[in-house]
Design a protein around this ligand. Sequence first.
Ligand code: THU
Length: 133
Amino acid sequence: MDPNKLIFVAKKAMERAHAPYSGYKVGAALICDDGTVFKGCNIENASYGLTNCAERTAIFSAIASGKKDFVAIAIAASKAPVPFPCGTCLQVLAEFCAPDFPIHIANEDGYETTTLGELLPHAFNLKEDPSDA
Ligand code: THU
């Protein structure tokens, strides 16, 4: 899928964020090898540490729906800073995706693309092939 279309879906997902504490809404769109796209948003909690990021919401939704072969993820936020995925979300992605997995991040010019391996070069992994879940 065109990264611009995946970014568009991430922005739609962002509208569903529950972010009353930070005021920073995040949306994610995760596309699977069969073309299915899973949306995620950040879900904050009065007990701050229970917050779930948009990326993990999308990943967990996909896994719960029986999908785990992912092609790319797009992430968008309601305001600055540009939403590079946090370390926790990167480690969760590393459970299912190879280092060349594309991560499209919305910015003021449109989007920029990086990879899981670039953002988390030394992911903890017990398996030889990260995509072999
Ligand atoms: N957040 C995400 O949803 N994804 C990220 O990659 C970084 C941070 C959320 C968590 C929290 O609800 C808000 O952004 C501020 O940290």
